[in-house]
Structures are given as structure tokens and as C-alpha cells.
Design a protein around this ligand. Structure first.
Ligand code: HEM
Length: 216
């Protein structure tokens, strides 16, 4: 892919990731936030946080399944957008839901398990966002950086629990998100096992006597 195409592609991803915010702003200006605007904004931002998280997690499985790899370079951008949406979602909770009542917020985190896991998910996203730069990758070293960034799988599971536990009876989209996450993590696990088996076979072949040395 040429440099120009790559830049155009990244610009479109920026536009796509910002679009939910533009739509939300438009709905706010036109008074189209439903009967409970606070709940609407919280849920809208929560939904987009999860969608972007799943999108970031899908880029590597796409490479594993279809052998296409250009999209993998978008992981950082999409992941950072997921983090930005999570922060906005959290800010609505702090400012609009609790209006900086730290005592009430602390009680809410301890009392409601879906808030506890949501908080944990956001907390785990912080070191990932902070270390997402090339300079941090260099500083930590590839192996440690990759190990740290595996936390994103834990974030995915916590986000799923957050949604499963908060969803009211009669809803089904929380199961859809959990199923997509399970599929994406399953593909990665299958690929990791496949690569480990291949490596072991190669080591065994390298260790076995060659045809020329084989006893007659
Ligand atoms: C990675 C982090 C997070 C993700 C992916 C996420 C995702 C979601 C999703 C998908 C929803 C449901 C939207 C809907 O009902 O349509 C939601 C709702 C909500 N989230 Fe989060 N969330 C995260 C972090 C947090 C944090 C840190 C807090 C607060 C401490 C929080 C508080 C809430 C609240 C209060 C609701 C609304 C619950 C209700 O309608 O009763 N979330 N979130």
C-alpha cells in the first residue's frame, strides 16, 4: 500500500471514529436525546467504547484468518479512540451522574459490580494508552511491551461483564458483544496453539537425525 493511500486510509478511520461524537452532538443540539438524556449519552458513549474496543481486537484475527495485514497498523489509533470514548463515558458518570461526589462514587464502585468491573477495565486501559507510543515501545522492549498489551484481552472480558451485568431483562445485544469477543479471543488462542505446535515440530525435526545420518 502506497504512503498516500495509507494516509487517506488513516484519515478515514479518524473520521469514522469521530462520527459517533458528531452524531451525538447533533442529537443534543436538535433535542433528540430521548426521555432521559443523561442515560442516553452514557449508553451511547459506552456502546461506542465497546464497539471500538472490539474493532481494535478484530484487526489481528483478520490477519490470521485472511492473511491481510495492512489493517494491523490501525490498532493503536482505534485502541486510543476506544480509550477516549471510555474516558468520556466515565466523565459523564462523574460529572452528570454524581457531580463530583467522590464519597457517593466510591460507594457506587463498591456496591455495583458492573461499576466495579467498568472501573477496572478503564484503569487497565490507562497503562496501555500511556505506553502506546513508539518511544515507549522502545523503552520497554518488544517482549515486555507485548506482554503488557495483552491486558487488552482482560479489558475485553471486563467490558463484557460490565455490559452483561448492567443489561436489563429482555435485552440481547450484550450477548452479541460477548459472543464477538469470545470469537476474536478464540481465533487468537487457536493461532497461538497452532504456532506453538508448529515450532515444536520444527524443533523436533531439527533435532532428529537427517536422512544422511539415519541408520541403514
Ligand atoms: C472499557 C470500559 C467501559 C466499557 C467498554 C463500557 C461499556 C458500556 C456499555 C456497552 C454500556 C451499556 C450501553 C447500553 O445500555 O446501551 C455501559 C453503560 C454504563 N456504564 Fe460503562 N463502560 C466502561 C466503563 C465504565 C466506567 C468506568 C463506568 C463508571 C465508573 C461506567 C458506567 C456506566 C454506567 C453508569 C452505565 C449505564 C448503566 C445503566 O443504564 O443503568 N462504565 N457501559
Amino acid at each position: 500500500m502506497s504512503r498516500r493511500t495509507r494516509i487517506a486510509f488513516k484519515a478515514s478511520v479518524w473520521v469514522l471514529c469521530l462520527l459517533p461524537l458528531v452524531v451525538l452532538a447533533y442529537r443534543a443540539v436538535t433535542g433528540d436525546l430521548g426521555a432521559n438524556p443523561i442515560s442516553f449519552v452514557t449508553n451511547w458513549l459506552g456502546q461506542w467504547t465497546f464497539r471500538l474496543l472490539l474493532a481494535a481486537l478484530a484487526l489481528t484475527p483478520i490477519r490470521i484468518l485472511f492473511g491481510i495485514s495492512w489493517q494491523v497498523s490501525l490498532r493503536r489509533l482505534v485502541g486510543l479512540f476506544a480509550f477516549a470514548y471510555a474516558c468520556l463515558h466515565f466523565c459523564v458518570w462523574i460529572v452528570v451522574d454524581h457531580f463530583f461526589d467522590w464519597h457517593q462514587m466510591g460507594a457506587d464502585i463498591l456496591k455495583r459490580r458492573y461499576i466495579t468491573v467498568g472501573m477496572l477495565a478503564l484503569t487497565l486501559l490507562v497503562p496501555l494508552a500511556v505506553t502506546s507510543t513508539n518511544a515507549m515501545l522502545k523503552r520497554l522492549g518488544g517482549m515486555a511491551w507485548r506482554r503488557l498489551h495483552r491486558l487488552v484481552y482482560v479489558v475485553g472480558v471486563l467490558a463484557s461483564l460490565h455490559f452483561l451485568w448492567l443489561a436489563k431483562k429482555g435485552r440481547t445485544d450484550q450477548y452479541l458483544y460477548a459472543t464477538i469477543l469470545t470469537l476474536l479471543l478464540g481465533i487468537r488462542a487457536w493461532d497461538a496453539v497452532r504456532r506453538a505446535l508448529r515450532k515444536r515440530r520444527q524443533q523436533q525435526t531439527a533435532g532428529a537425525p537427517g536422512l544422511a545420518e539415519a541408520p541403514h
